[in-house]
Design a protein around this ligand. Structure first.
Ligand SMILES: Nc1ncnc2c1ncn2[C@@H]1O[C@H](COP(=O)(O)OP(=O)(O)O)[C@@H](O)[C@H]1O
Ligand SMILES: [Mg+2]
Length: 375
């Protein structure tokens, strides 16, 4: 599709209920090489999209059966890979920008459909979609190509270290451990990229069941105990009994690991990292907390830490990709919870997240949601 020259066939699905506007657009595209199909409602457009063969959708946002950004969302849901140009009736630029944020590749105000604008916008929307697709495919493929040799190398080095090829010379195990450790770091980074990619595509896999939160905290604390000890940071988990939560156990482990990994990375020797869980103050949710005595975050940093690729200056110095908290947020939200941070420069950081209690829980009825106590 990319670089498709004007004059070759691009199939445009026009979703427009106003016959005058539809006629205007038809006229504007005459002779430009586009083949135009027209639907007056979202329902018909979704059916048409399911049949396939549409190169680009040009849609009014206000239709008899769908209004505003809902139109963008439903069209993109049906055909994620088909580019969408939103037609906005108003002169408010914000409406178009919001449509792009909701997934459209571009927007045009209705008074702009005359002249060369329209054809050019449709071609550019196709190009942009193609670039997005290529980027996603690249991340997926490169990730896969780098991951398999690294895993093979880890297994081979572990066998060597464990004596599969005979006794090792003095000191060799230490060098093998260093190699294994750095390959494992590379594998974890690639796994983060793959997860972030899946989250961005709306394809996170979660299989919730009833999970014991205290056991989850203990598991992560045990797994990271040697790293904490090596750094001289006290890592403790408050594992008082708690009702089961409804979560995918592997995802819960990953969220806790990402938070504790950060806490250990940023806390100086002599500091402490504490994991705990308690009932949320207002709703039948469990609230998990990972608290550290590290450097803390300035308000502007705290406001951005969950964004994809964001790192505060200290974070950039420490390495990493800035994806751990983004992935944590996507997982927590996909399981019905919320995640937030409380921090002050110089006074440590607490990350909190909530998860609903499991089926076995006979608690209070749901009230106002399960987020930060202050709002
Ligand atoms: N416990 C913490 N204390 C101070 N800063 C933190 C903490 N956790 C996260 N941050 C900040 O948030 C940024 C994003 O974290 P994350 O998404 O895990 O990415 P990464 O660890 O790869 O940098 C970090 O780079 C750091 O600036
Ligand atoms: Mg991190």
């Amino acid at each position: 599709m990319v670089g498709k020259p004007m004059g070759s066939e691009l199939r445009v699905l026009l979703v427009e209920d106003d016959p005058n506007d539809a006629a205007l657009i038809r006229r504007s595209l005459r002779g430009s090489g586009f083949v135009l199909d027209c639907c007056p409602t979202l329902g018909e457009a979704l059916k048409r999209l399911a049949e396939g063969g549409v190169s680009v959708v040009l849609s009014d946002l206000h239709l008899p059966d769908s209004q505003g950004l809902e139109t963008v969302r439903r069209l993109k849901e049906k055909a994620r890979g088909v580019p969408l140009v939103a037609l906005t009736g108003t002169t408010r630029e914000e409406d178009g920008i919001e449509a792009v944020r909701a997934g459209a590749q571009d927007y045009l105000r209705k008074e702009e459909v005359l002249g060369p604008h329209l054809a050019r916008t449709l071609v550019f929307a196709c190009e942009r979609q193609e670039v997005e697709r290529f980027k996603e495919e690249l991340v997926r493929m490169v990730g896969h190509e780098l991951r398999s040799p690294a895993s093979t190398a880890v297994s081979a080095l572990e066998s060597l270290r464990d004596g599969a090829a005979g006794p090792l010379p003095e000191g060799a195990a230490m060098y093998l451990d260093m190699a294994i450790h750095s390959l494992e770091h590379q594998l974890a980074t690639l796994e983060d990229l793959a997860q972030a990619h899946r989250a961005g595509m709306g394809r996170l896999k979660v299989e919730p069941r009833d999970v014991d939160p205290a056991a989850a905290l203990r598991g992560v604390a045990d797994e990271l105990a040697s790293r904490a000890a090596a750094k001289g940071v006290a890592l403790t988990a408050d594992t008082a009994a708690s009702s089961p939560v409804r979560a995918d156990p592997e995802r819960l482990r990953q969220v806790l690991t990402n938070l504790v990994d950060n806490a250990l990375k940023f806390t100086e020797p002599g500091g402490a990292v504490t994991l705990s869980v308690k009932p949320h103050a207002r709703a039948p949710f469990a609230e998990f907390t990972v608290r550290d005595t590290g450097p803390g975050l300035a308000p502007a940093e705290a406001a951005n830490v969950f964004e994809k690729l964001y790192q505060a200056p200290l974070g950039r110095k420490a390495g990493g990709l800035g994806l751990g908290l983004y992935i944590a947020r996507e997982f927590v939200q996909s399981q019905g919870g919320l995640i937030w941070v409380e921090s002050e420069l110089g006074a440590g950081t607490s990350f909190h997240f909530t998860l609903p209690y499991g089926r076995a829980f006979a608690g209070r009825p749901a009230s106002t949601g399960a987020g930060p106590a202050s709002g």
